[in-house]
Ligand binder design. Structure first.
Ligand SMILES: [Cu+2]
Length: 370
């Protein structure tokens, strides 16, 4: 009796299966398609050879010409960055914050592997390990890492493999102004990456409470601890360290999901446009339309606000341009599983449902604890 009805169900679904690949509306079941699971490990556990392979692939992405016609982009690395800059107003301070950045990390890993011959997985920065001492982190090693702190008024990095990279997206929404990768490493701010802040977030049992907590200190600690380009809420993916930072944050989210998978593989909520009167603790306020980080306790020096654009993104450069996109795919201003994560051709768009499980049929990776 069960079998015939199952067959009917399967054949009824058959026609839409292909179309559903890119746009699930429910989390993809663990259907067995995720068999080659990429093991995402901490940067400090990489051998020098593994570090070199990753950095070489990143340099390859930076050298590959842009192909998508996204305004102002010169290379594939900037195309990834563009998806973040262009829709910054709908991927921060909203329910889609963690899902979008999860997809962006995956897209980055995919490009490194498929276009630049990288055979490993996306590494993460174990920021809790380096909290309070970012300046001596393996990640910022001038020889085997991403280069160290910046120097001078502009804070341009002066060593490491990315010293010659010229980025043309940012500060803020600006495009077409070539600049170096710049950093103002701040060990004091990096204390906000400590394990205690993450543990605090893990006390929350709903995504509605967990997400703003995660977007707070563990997230801001990494951005503020590196500073400079990383402290630009809109164009921060111009510093390749961004991908190690947000893969760490993705691990923080996944580890939280894994504490109660039956509930948390589908738990999504939040608003679709940043609201609530701007940013909590945002130095200098906020008008409710600027995208940005939740600065939390207002202790971040050099956040958006004014002055030197390389230290502080001026408010006028934080205002979304006229062509900034709005949210799509939800019935209202509440983030749901059908919310569309836009990737502008870098990889196909996906829904939040597509990225809820890191071992689903779109994503296929796992995190190895350091
Ligand atoms: Cu971001």
């Amino acid at each position: 009796m069960v079998l015939p009805s199952l067959l009917v169900l399967l054949s009824a679904c058959g026609g839409s299966m292909a179309a559903a690949v890119a746009r699930s509306t429910t989390p993809r079941a663990r259907d067995g398609t995720c068999t080659t699971i990429l093991q995402r490990r901490a940067w400090h556990t990489f051998t020098d050879e593994e570090k070199r392979a990753y950095i070489d692939a990143e340099l390859c992405l930076m050298a590959k010409p842009a192909t998508l016609g996204l305004k102002g982009t010169k290379n594939r690395f900037e195309e990834l960055q563009w998806t973040h800059q262009h829709q910054s107003n709908i991927v921060h301070n909203v329910g889609a914050f963690l899902p979008y950045h999860r997809l962006l990390m995956w897209a980055h890993e995919k490009l490194l592997r498929e276009e630049c011959g990288y055979q490993g997985a996306q590494p993460y920065w174990d920021e809790a390990r380096d909290a309070g001492k970012f300046s001596t982190s393996d990640v910022l090693d001038p020889v085997t890492g991403f280069g160290g702190n910046g120097v001078g008024e502009r804070g341009c990095i002066v060593d490491g493999p990315f010293v010659n990279f010229t980025n043309s997206l940012g500060p803020g929404y600006r495009i077409g102004e070539d600049h170096c990768i710049y950093r103002f490493v701040n060990d004091n701010i990096s204390r906000q990456a400590a394990r205690s802040f993450i543990d605090e977030c893990y006390r929350h049992t709903t995504f509605a409470r967990f997400w703003p907590c995660a977007e707070g200190s563990p997230h801001s600690g990494g951005h503020g601890g590196v500073g400079g380009k990383m402290l630009d809420p809109i164009s921060s993916p111009g510093d390749p360290v961004f991908y190690l930072h947000h893969t760490w944050l993705d691990k923080v989210w996944w580890d939280w999901q894994a504490l109660d998978l039956p509930a948390r593989l589908t738990d999504i909520s939040g608003r679709n446009t940043p609201g609530g009167g701007g940013f909590g603790g945002f130095p200098g306020g906020g008008n409710g339309t600027n995208p940005g980080f939740p600065w939390g306790n207002g202790t971040f020096p050099g956040g958006p606000g004014g002055g030197n654009p390389w230290r502080n993104v001026p408010f006028q450069d934080m205002v979304p341009p006229a062509d900034a996109p709005g949210p799509e795919g939800d019935p209202g201003n509440v983030t749901t599983l059908t919310h569309i994560l836009k990737m502008y051709g870098v990889v196909p768009d996906a829904t939040i449902a597509d990225v809820m499980d890191v071992r689903g049929s779109l994503l296929c990776y796992e995190y190895v604890d350091a």
